[in-house]
Design a protein around this ligand. Sequence first.
Ligand code: ZN
Length: 377
Amino acid sequence: MLTSSQRQLLRVISEAGPLSRTEMASMLGLSKAAMSGIARDLIDLGVLHETETVYGQGRPSILLDLHPECAFFVGISLLEDPAPMILSDLNGRIIARQAIPLSRDPKVIAEAITEGLPRLLESHPEAVEKLSGIGMALSGFVDETQANCVQSTLLNWQDVPLARIIRERSGVETFIENDAKAVAVSEKLFGSAREIQNFSVVSLGDGIGCAHFIDGKLYRGNHGGAGEIAHCTIEPGGVPCRCGKRGCLDTVASMKAIKEMSRAEGLECTSLSDIENEASTGNAAAIRILHRAGSALGLAIANLIQINDPGLILITHVEGSFDGLFGTVVNQAVETNVLPRYAGQTPIRIKRVDGDVWAQGAASIAAHNFLIGPNSN
Ligand SMILES: [Zn+2]
């Protein structure tokens, strides 16, 4: 178990990258002697290692960074069947992968994980002893302890203590998280948002997910539902949504909605790229659909900027590209709907992600708890 000052140091390094002992001491307000003691203990534990020597004015200094192989994590995505299960190191690098059958019965999931673990670890004996946690990503609400699924429509769950069930069966510390929040944590720990304190991730797939980091911490709100832009009403009185409301963003701008609209218009398109191709040849229905979806998503993002004033909006998407009409309309709608003084001030970064994104996000939840401690999102 790491001490709180050790964890403070790990948090600083995970945000700022390799640092010298002098830099760490000044960032944490500690004396150089105290800092050296903490660093020495973490080197002895194998958590930190010395990387390069930097020569500047005065004495050369040695940089310290997290040792990527000091701990390993399992990440499981409960968003598809079979459920991807990956093994990652402390840098978020995937070193092995398996899949387990998805079930709505938590005990069956626990059994499948316990059976899958030896297969996942078999070529990686170094990870067996250093396995430090299991993380799981799911669609739904998760409580602030990252232990209980408060509600999941996809899995038909209500108040399921999933982490405890998995931990009891597998013997490994387990944390669960909402899918979009898991991706945001992964981007904060390992990705492009490492040094950014305030940012939002908008994940565009069959559904739309969203999560926010505020002051360097994941913001989940009172009931774990903060950031659910998917179910913000964007077209009052519009199409019925699976959540029970009408006109939610999800009914207009999710990949599922875009494809349904294109089917309803008689277009033979099975992907966003197909619809973009039709639009580029002047097909009026395809242009209309991409305008409607892009405007809705852009408006929701503009509202997000207006409310939170983030330092970055990161849009992750699993298919298509943002180079076509859809992406152009999204950007235009953002610029049109934010206060003029915000226009162009919030960087919007687009990131194409592959199918590993959810399992990797799940593993990052376990890594985050290892580095920074439980409940300190
Ligand atoms: Zn809805």
